[in-house]
Structures are given as C-alpha cells and as structure tokens.
Design a protein around this ligand. Structure first.
Ligand SMILES: C[S@@+](CC[C@H](N)C(=O)[O-])C[C@H]1O[C@@H](n2cnc3c(N)ncnc32)[C@H](O)[C@@H]1O
Length: 234
C-alpha cells in the first residue's frame, strides 16, 4: 500500500476525495469500505489512519464523467442505489464506498460467471452491496429484492438502454430521484452516427418523464460514450 501526501474532500461531491501522491500526481479516490481489499487492481493509499482507493477514469465511466466536469453527482452518502450492469464491481464498488454503510447498492448483472466474481471478490466483503443475478429487461423478476431507491446507475451496453432504465425507474425510483445512464453509441446501432443514437436515447428518457440535467462526453477516457444525468418525476 502507498502513502498519500494529502487527501482532501472533493469540492462539490460528498464521499469523493482528491488524493495527492508522493510523485506529485492528483487522483480521484473513495474511502475504502473494505480495508485491505482491492477490486480491479486499483492502488490503495493510507492517510491519517484511513485507507483510500484511487479511482481510475479509464476503467470507470463515473470517474471519467467527474473528471470531465460533471456538475452534479446525484449518488451521495446514505443513498440507496440500483446499479444495472454491475459487471465485476469496478464502478459499483466505488458507489458502495460513496454511499457508505448507511446506504445500499443493489447490483443487477445477468452474466453468471461475472456475477460469481462480483460476489466472491466484492459483495462478500461489502455488507452494503446486494448481488442480483437477473436480466435488467425484466425488472418484475427482482421486484421483491429491491426497495425504493434514490438513484439508478445504468451501464448495460444494450439496445434500448433508455427504455430498460425507464422501466426500472417506474418500478423502483423515488419521485425526484436521479438516474445516470452511460450510453455507448455502437452497442445500440452500428449503422447510425453516435450523435443520432445519443439523441434518440435522450428522447426516450424525456418521453418517459425524465428532466435531463446533464449530458457529458467521456472522451478521452472512454471512446464513443456519453453520460446522461436526469431527474425523475412520477
Ligand atoms: C459495460 S459493462 C458494465 C461495467 C460496469 N458498469 C463498471 O463500470 O464496472 C456492462 C455489463 O452489463 C451486463 N448486462 C448487459 N445487459 C444486461 C441486462 N439486460 N441485464 C443485466 N446485466 C446486463 C453485462 O453482462 C456487463 O457485465
């Protein structure tokens, strides 16, 4: 484990930190809810008796969006979050750090091998994460496992992501809650220009009652990706 020269809370976002290392570089980080455990090879650093995880924007679209100037991160300490497309826990583990032990992260993932790794490497050490092996297209199948949430984070790289997200919001998201949607242009329709794909997905969200608050490009960290933040009213 390395040692940080300085750690300071992010100037805007609760539960997110800036870490300065001995080589002078500055990085985003979160406070490690599972001390001693790493999830995806990220660096751990100690500072004043606490352990922080350096948050890699080349591996996590949420970190990329923050570094690219996102104005609001709706996910906050004590929030309940539904995470669609949790994969092996790269970003969802940082979300778990942010919401802390009074918050909760419901992790939906439909690939069994990926889910096994998420459980054994991440959820087993984090009491605030619930793994749910399910297809996000069929939210009714996990209705009994998820309570009303403050935010939904969606990164499923699937056609009709916005519709799938809206269906989940109708079932689980509190009125006034927020969504974050990572749109990958190629995964939706390879024959269309990226800008057209982003526009279409955003239109779907608007028609389903979302007020779009931010749209941010994730280059250079992620190619052909946008992050959309929106507020939901039932
Ligand atoms: C781009 S990866 C997610 C990366 C993750 N958000 C992160 O930053 O650590 C997309 C994940 O969504 C999962 N996925 C795709 N379609 C899904 C669906 N309909 N229901 C549940 N999971 C799905 C895939 O198996 C894959 O693990």
């Amino acid at each position: 484990m390395g040692v940080a020269v300085k750690v300071a809370p992010h100037e805007k976002f609760l539960g997110i930190y800036w870490v300065k290392l001995e080589d002078g570089t500055k990085h985003l980080a979160t406070l490690n809810l599972a001390p001693g455990r790493i999830v995806y090879g990220e660096k751990l650093v100690a500072y004043k008796g606490e352990e922080y995880r350096i948050w890699d924007p080349y591996r996590s679209k949420l970190a990329a969006a923050i570094l690219n100037g996102l104005q609001t991160v709706p996910i906050k300490p004590e929030h309940k979050v539904l995470y669609l497309g949790a994969a092996t826990g790269t970003t969802s583990s940082h979300v778990s750090d942010i919401v802390g032990c009074k918050g909760h992260v419901y992790c939906v993932e439909f690939a069994p091998r990926v889910m096994r790794e998420l459980i054994s490497n991440v959820c087993a050490y984090r009491p605030n994460m619930s793994p749910i092996l399910a297809d996000a297209r069929f939210a009714e199948n996990y209705r009994m496992l998820v309570e009303t949430v403050d935010d939904i984070y969606c990164d499923i790289a699937q056609p009709e992501q916005a519709r799938i997200l809206a269906d989940n919001a109708d079932m689980f998201l509190a009125s006034g809650g927020h969504i974050m949607l990572a749109i990958k242009s190629q995964s939706i329709d390879v024959t269309k220009a990226p800008s057209e794909i982003y526009r279409q997905e955003i239109e779907v969200l608007k028609k389903r009652g979302f007020k779009i608050t931010e749209v941010i490009n994730l280059e250079p960290y992620e190619k052909a990706h946008m992050m959309v933040v929106a507020e939901y009213t039932k």
